[in-house]
Design a protein around this ligand. Sequence first.
Ligand code: BGC
Length: 773
Amino acid sequence: MKNYIVHDEWNIIETGFDPALNKISESIFSIGNGRMGQRANFEEHYSGESLQGSYIAGVYYPDKTRVGWWKNGYPEYFAKVLNAANWIGIDIDVDGVPLDLNTVEVIHFQRVLHMQEGYLSRRFGARFSDGKEVEVEAVRFCSLVDNECGAVRYRITAKNFSGKIQLRPYVDGGVRNADSNYGELFWEPVSKHIGARRATLTMRTKKTDFWVATGMAYEVFYGGARLSQQEMTIERDDYVAKSVSVAASAGQTVEIRKYAVNLSSENHPKSELVNRAEQLLGHVVVKGFDRLLAEQADAWALKWAESDIRIEGDIAAQQAIRFNIFQLNQTYTGEDDRLNIGPKGFTGEKYGGSTYWDTEAYCLPFYLATAPRQVARNLLVYRYKHLPKAIANAEKLGFSGGAALYPMVTMDGEECHNEWEITFEEIHRNGAIAFAIYNYIRYTGDTAYLAEYGLEVLIGIARFWAQRVNWSEARKRYVMLGVTGPNEYENNVNNNWYTNTIASWCLSYTLDALSEVQQSATGQYAAIVAKTALQASETGLWAAIIDKLYYPVDEARGIFLQQDGFLDKELVPAAAIPADQRPLNQHWSWDRILRSCYIKQADVLQGLYLLEDRFDIETIRRNYDFYEPLTVHESSLSPCVHAILAAKLGDEARAYQFYLRTARLDLDDYNNDTEDGLHITSMAGTWMSIVEGFAGMRVRDGRLYFSPMLPKQWQAYTFKIKFRGALLTVHVTPTRVNFSNTGEQAATVHVLGRDHEVGPGSTTAVPKYEHVR
Ligand code: BGC
């Protein structure tokens, strides 16, 4: 764990330059706008340790699979998010000597992520070996308004000398992925177009043939005036730079404004890419840096107006939740149903940058409650569009008749994960995708979604479960063999309680959805039945499976068993593991982990969280008390589920502990892995820990239920919720909860056994509450 980020309500601040922390900070200070994003690499050359990363949404490379022992059914490739052309680069020479923070003396240094306005800044003073000192101030952002555009303003002041400052803004397409199975270069050059004070480099990905045109334009100012002296162009196949020199007097500042655009063939015809890149460059240059920055602040103000959480009396917690919200909004804006939320977003390469069950199980509630409906809907439509590939994926594994197995990891619907115990066995992901449809409709009331898209997905998923279980003559029950539950520290187990439970839930929900559509949209129902060739015998079988599916339980303890035989393990609480052996995945052999009782992330508890209405509070408590002490939380997705359950059980202290662990996971580098990128998907879990945890928000029968608690470390907290045309600000204080509605529709909130109607423009105060569920 580290503790170097300065606590501040709206800003993430690093003071002083420690090269050992640089890769961590590059992740933390990342910027993005849903279309593109990048790590907080320096504009000027840096020869120290760095992970360069500039990413374009939807552009990937099918890196050929690498495994020790090939298993039939493995995918041919692992889709990797691509490190794309570097567009921020501006090399600086001072009297011929490169400015490089790895070789000069750094006098002072500060990096700030301005979350309120959506930009990154850096200031530093540097002394060269000959005593010359410069002062630098750099500002940059990825524009939310012109979302194919980014801009940099870089000011360098000659502090104590007069001399030549040479600036070389460039676009470099010769970048490599750190994560590449065979060390290949994924890009090759297509073309360069060079004009006065601008240049566009087009690169294409090998195999996938995505084209990306990266254009840059720049302006240089000295003494407040724009300079127009000669420039020199430097070119290589995959690189283009412009070089200009300014004779700077002592105390004077040279400023360069660099505008960049990234247009991909996903959004523009290849033949038009360069033209459009140049047009867009013209557009942003005319707007100018200051206006772009002002528009950026306005766009972020709108986002914050709908998604901010305010925590009074705890700056560390305040900073953390805003950081999580900021990064989620930088990663996914929901305008494009081909895009999704990679576990690292635009902040690193780990996990391939692809889509996991994280989206449905963790991220959906955040976007449902803080963004226009379309944003969450597009996450669902993404999976609908992948249904044919999910069916093909299931066929490849031997299923038939329209059974769908969604991939563990994907970019475009094809499976690209290749560890048999996860790819073939961690099938509970199908359940999360079905649950997201239910969750979306429960929240929005958009029942038309079922007939439009949802039902077909549900039928494919139900068919998969019906084929994946088998009848056990010995038990006289259906069983599910050879699976991996959410707890990946157990593989190839039989009857994982979570998987069986979510499978049966999917079958029930699909049957309900069928009757719902049959009644409400008869024409569409007939069309779906015809399209999917659904047979009455299938639905009969689903009902039989629901009725006769086996669930492992321990009657004596009154708990669900994570899987068959779980109690054969030696049950020693995780607290007994010596600190120097944690995390287990870095210290123990895989064999030892598999045989141990330790749980990587919520598993039975994940089921109790998702399907809580099916269980009474004492059942939840007994299972929580049994499993929580065995859980090592070595997935970032774990603490939030525990925080929510702890809050539900009234255990404020533990809820708060888990909250802190999820909220500051990256800022304080809890898991020693922030340098690989941020844990974007678990950030949504942090949001859930407050809204569903402390505030106890649930949606039932079209109403919002609250059961708020206030951690004693906080004086009050406030969050925003968009719900069916209402925009609620929920303010929780020690003595009351206030609901004010600045939306267009009224909302009914249910607190302490009573409904309260909160009309548009009105505020309702619910006095003195206790924590009850
Ligand atoms: C977790 C999975 C998760 C993946 C990506 C793994 O460590 O066990 O549940 O989907 O990370 O976040």
